[in-house]
Write a new protein. Structure first.
Length: 187
């Protein structure tokens, strides 16, 4: 398992650099093993599908390339309220520039997203994995669930199932600071 770079797909930029072609087009479909590594990297319950189309074009600036991509994924995350699985289809388009590794920082525009390329090659798999991470919902919620459905007395208590929840609710668990306030009154 390689969660640091679960989808390494390096491609050479030499055809663009030498002028053999004007653009490169690549498709990536992650294998089951790669999807498992990506799931581990981003703490997903499951990554059922991961498909990316990448186009890399020359730019007017030497040693710079424009990369555009379309990512399609089917992910399952945990609901932040109930911890139940939440499935989502992601369709995410992205654009960024590719800059040679030894470029001066002064030449990099501040308002542009970019990645470096090394030895005239770029890892479009890693770029795709990063873009998936950016496209994920940071606070996934199961449809129809909101924080008002959670009992305020149970904040900070981990409940593993509905029976435990009902038992804690029945026992009227108090808020942590109300217990401290009660101790202060006794003194």
């Amino acid at each position: 398992m390689n969660i640091n770079q679960p989808l390494s797909k390096k491609i050479s930029l030499k055809p663009l650099i030498s002028g053999v072609c004007e653009f490169l087009y690549k498709k990536i479909e992650a294998s089951e093993h790669e999807r498992g590594d990506i799931s581990a990297r981003f703490c997903l319950v499951e990554l059922e599908q991961f498909f990316v189309q990448i186009t890399i074009n020359k730019t007017a600036q030497s040693n710079w390339f424009a990369l555009s991509g379309l990512l399609e994924a089917k992910v399952t995350q945990k609901c932040v309220v109930t911890l139940e699985p939440v499935q989502k289809n992601i369709n995410h388009s992205f654009e960024l520039f590719l800059a040679k590794e030894n470029i001066s920082p002064k030449k990099i525009p501040e308002d542009q997203d970019f990645e470096f390329y090394y030895d005239d090659a770029v890892d479009i798999g890693e770029i795709s994995a990063i873009e998936l991470g950016l496209a994920l919902d940071p606070y996934p919620r199961k449809p129809g669930v909101d924080l008002s459905s959670i009992d305020a007395n149970l904040k900070g208590i981990q409940v593993f199932n509905e029976q435990e929840f009902e038992l804690l609710k029945k026992n009227n668990i108090q808020k942590p600071f109300s217990v401290l306030a009660e101790l202060q009154r006794k003194e």
